[in-house]
Design a protein around this ligand. Sequence first.
Ligand code: ZN
Length: 506
Amino acid sequence: MFFALLASLVAAATPLKYSSFEQKPKLVVVIVIDQFRADNLSRYSKRFLPATGRSGEVGGFQYLMSRGAYYPAAKFDVLQNMTCPGHAAILTGSTPSRSGIPINEWFDRAKSKQRYCVEDDQDGVSPRQLQGTTVGDELKNTGASGKVISLALKDRAAILLGGHRADLAFWLGQDGKWMTSKYYTSGLPVWLSKVNEKISATTGKDVSWKTTQFSHPAEIGKFTSLETPYGIEITTDAAIAALQNEKLGMSKSTDLLAVSISSHDIVGHNVGPNAPEMEDLSAHEDRSLARLINAVRKQVPGGLKNVLIVLTADHGVAPRADLMKSNKIDAGFIDQTKLVDQIEDDLSKAFGKRKYITAVESLNFYFTNEALDHVKRLDLENRAKFILAQGAGVAHVFSLTDYLTQNLPTGENARQIQKSYIPGKSGDLVVIPKPFWMETGKPATHMTGYSYDRTVPLILSGPHLRAGVFSEAADLVDLAPTLSFLLGILPPAQSEGRVLSEAIGD
Ligand SMILES: [Zn+2]
């Protein structure tokens, strides 16, 4: 017992040899799958390619799970797990209170309008609302010549992973073609225009994807082409085109390629995580991942031993509320419109007829300027809180004043609020739902800090990383400082996490 304990302490404390630490990866590939909850890897593992195949080919998930440092249950310790704050955390290492991105869209009181997390008055969309730096920014801040490129079907995913100094972030426009913003460049690189020409030539074939790639064709009519494996395939094609045309991993400086797979989230909202379509999609993601990793393996001198690969997700998802209900678990939908009507009625009776709520965004409720001009904030908050607290499925309600005076629900909630609430961006009132309760709209969604929304896989594979399944707690804010350590650069300015040292060795 004593010797076993001693041995484990010695193993954990063994430092990297300097000669080993000195060798830096030539390329970092960060792969994010949108809404890829941690249990996708364990539930569907039988559908994935073997870790290795013929003539040096490697697989996808199985390769990373068996050769990398695998944290099967990493988490985002925040109040509302959504795409913008999730992607903002992955490479900044910071939670919303520091990244400046609390939810996907909030009410901008100064401009009296909704504000999207990557919206930018100057260039349309940009990372200007992201506070602090990313791992890519810090690579650039060293003065090295490495390139940083990020992409996803969703602009917010590509932009927030790329950070402020990305050479290029690109995403899919309404016309089904890749596009970027003036923030990065005035025109698309020639190679990306060529990728777009290829997309034009294949657009008519979307239907064949729909009918042959899902094992449940009866459901297919509900989906658009981007929600099928087609969306995953064109993202992978574009990532490989970026890799090859920008010659990533082939120069002296470390390059960074970040890819987010959006299709998983788009389908997941419509069918819920238990639908067979999600298993099919995961199997397709496995093949696409293998295709990307093998392209990297062939291109980078020395192969995968010189490449650091990360796999994770931006958040999980709740099971469908109807499915939970039919299985005896308390679940349901919170009707925000009805709650607003009740607040308007009650506050009008108490304080005079006027409009009191100007916007509701993802369970964040915002007062009108007129209400704040005529009635004391505390009086408005207290009455509205009382109404919201009566709503079906509501666990807690807190207000701006509660946050400022630290009058918060205790334990996990208090900690998550501290990490997530941003005065002036988050709501004047915020509803925390009971487990398995969610806002009305899509059949399944994610916007809480409960396990199903916050638990995601985290795998790091490559030089200095120990292969194995790690039971230690890993928070997604630990990823950026860990990558920074392995790259020998400063952690991003506002990174909060620790270096995952148990995963590091010669
Ligand atoms: Zn997402």
